[in-house]
Ligand binder design. Sequence first.
Ligand SMILES: *Cc1c(COP(=O)(O)O)cnc(C)c1O
Length: 346
Amino acid sequence: MPTGHLFIDLEAVAANWRALDRASAADCETAAVVKADAYGLGLAQVAPRLAQEGARAFFVATAAEGLELRRILGPEPRIYLLYGHMPGDTATIQRADLVPMVCSLAQLILHLEALPRQPFGLQLDTGMNRLGLRDGEWAEVAAHALKAEPVLIMSHLASADDPDSSQSGEQLARFRAMTDGVPVPRSLAATGGTLLGPDYHFDMTRPGVGLFGGFPFTQAEPVVTLDLPVIACFDVEAGECVGYNATWTAPAATRIATVAGGYADGLPRALQPDLDLMAGPVPCRAVGRVSMDLIGVDIGHLDNDPEALRVLGPHHGIDTLAHAAGTIGYEILTSLGRRYDRHYRS
Ligand SMILES: *Cc1c(COP(=O)(O)O)cnc(C)c1O
């Protein structure tokens, strides 16, 4: 077992998509957001499984991702670009038949001049202040833009993962004020918004992280399991230190396992001191600094030296790990290492 083994359960991804699809009305389309290599889990494996499940609309960020996805999925599914129509992307958008979600006035002008017959969508900013036409801009160009027949109008919620936040309701009201009566399909909800309820669904939901088992879809089926091989085991005396800068000192004699995996594999240095690795059902504490390729683990309470320790699994998911590292599940997923042996259950 030369490197860590990353198991990715495509059946669980499909089940999560179905569950989020069921959360909205039958006439509300459920898209799939697969930007950043399907949140790090592999576009070439994830996207076809979702298409097989019935997904017909996919979102990626860049035109290069869109081109790759078109090659994977063939001509039929619609592929939307969250970066819109960037200068230099015109040929790719046309060749791969991508739908840029235009997100500024400059992009709107560029798109209508460069590819007047290529379908496009519009992003509106309803308060996140990240991308999209702002209130005043939209008022100015709505009539002109609508004449060009956009295929989708969308906005994005900033705080949908927090049901108690008042920001979602404010953004919903602004989205309605900007788009009610406009004869174009609308989309507001990602995973969080989908779970906020039908007011947020409109004509299409756009879940991403929920497909991959991440918060706020707490009912999701877990998707990833990560086992790290144990390279060496040895005894240490009380008072001996483990790892860079000697940040951990053994309070009593114990046994240490050094496992293959570190921050170069997406296991943040900030994980220690709150990381447990699992030997079957038994938690074992990481001790000392996380190195680039190695982590020390206290296995003094185990009967036998383990061959591998589990960092991510059904009972110990991406959000637990994220919490220990002071980050979010999205970042754990998209950082998962390129060195792992990847195994897909389809
Ligand atoms: C990433 C993204 C999504 C998906 O969000 P999740 O929180 O992962 O479900 C949807 N819409 C936009 C605009 C995004 O950037």
